[in-house]
Design a protein around this ligand. Structure first.
Ligand code: LYS
Length: 291
């Protein structure tokens, strides 16, 4: 049976829209812990992290709020490391996707050889030099990949980060809004595969899996309350299928659920649909839904 350790990371400074810091509490309020227990999981909720304000967080080039993002992720990294050392599958509730930096780093501190399944409309692999927006939630992968590390300038409060994922151990699912420079990076590193076949290949590799799930991977008709929605996304069933399938590998070791932003929902129904989808995706990580 699964033991699940939950960490809330109410952090939004990897992007400009507030509201995404409300994700952890909304996902809990929708019954996450109770529902996981009802399907047989042992759950420990570690509560929410608190993040300190960082003064004088001037941009570096066009990269916004590097110090706040660096220090929040360092905290998160330590927290995820502790949850892994306690023996749980770690579920990190975001917050924006810049939090994958700390989540994956903390996971890698406990399990040195990881694979990453990144389910997202966006590749989030811009570097500080290629980012068209300067928002770090569009960049987290670039700080984590061994093959890129020497090419990336070290931002303030980022020097603790050690590259911990190899390009061959990354699978993307759901991509449909990739910047030209990101395409170039993906091609250079030979990162491809947007299908479950690629996930099966990871399963064969027998490495612990870090699943980083951006709610915007789903179609905006299901999860409209998010900062950067893109049409043409995964259906509810496709989205949940990915989680159930990864569950069945027996290798799932940590999960991020990020970018739920109630302030981006135009109605209560839109918010509810988005939050419930997030809950169900996490449930799918720990067994089949509706069996
Ligand atoms: N690729 C764009 C950027 O780098 C959008 C990223 C959206 C992340 N949720 O800012």
């Amino acid at each position: 049976h699964h033991s699940v350790g939950i960490i809330g990371a109410p952090f939004s400074k990897g992007q400009p829209r507030d509201g995404v810091e409300k994700g952890p509490d909304l996902i809990r309020a929708a019954g996450l812990v109770e529902k996981l227990r009802a399907q047989g999981c042992a759950v420990k909720d570690y509560g929410n992290l608190t993040f300190v304000d960082v003064a004088n967080d001037e941009p570096i080039g066009n990269v916004k709020r590097p110090r706040a993002v660096g220090s929040a992720n360092q905290r998160l990294s330590a927290a995820v490391h502790a949850v892994k050392n306690d023996g749980y599958t770690c579920v990190m509730l975001g917050g924006d996707h810049s939090l994958a930096i700390g989540s994956i780093q903390g996971h890698a501190a406990a399990k040195e050889d990881l694979s990453v399944v990144w389910v997202d409309a966006h590749a989030d692999i811009n570097t500080p030099l290629t980012s068209p927006t300067g928002n770090i939630h569009g960049q987290p992968m670039s700080y984590l990949i061994r093959e890129l590390h020497s090419k990336i300038p070290v931002l303030p409060n980022f020097s603790w980060i050690k590259p911990c994922v190899s390009a061959k151990d990354i699978v993307y699912i759901g991509l449909r809004d990739v910047d030209p420079e990101e395409h170039h990076i993906l091609k250079l590193l030979g990162i491809k595969g947007y299908s479950m076949t690629e996930v099966d290949r990871l399963g064969i590799a027998k490495k612990p899996i870090h699943l980083s799930y951006d709610i915007d991977a789903l179609d905006p008709s299901i999860s409209p309350a998010t900062g950067t929605p893109v049409v043409g996304g995964l259906t509810y069933r496709e989205g949940v299928y990915i989680t159930e399938h990864i569950c069945q590998t027996g290798l799932l070791s940590a999960v991020d659920m990020v970018e739920v932003n109630p302030k981006r929902g135009r109605t209560d129904g839109e918010i509810r649909s988005t939050v419930n989808a997030a809950v169900d995706l996490i449930r799918g990580c720990f067994g089949k839904l509706r069996e």
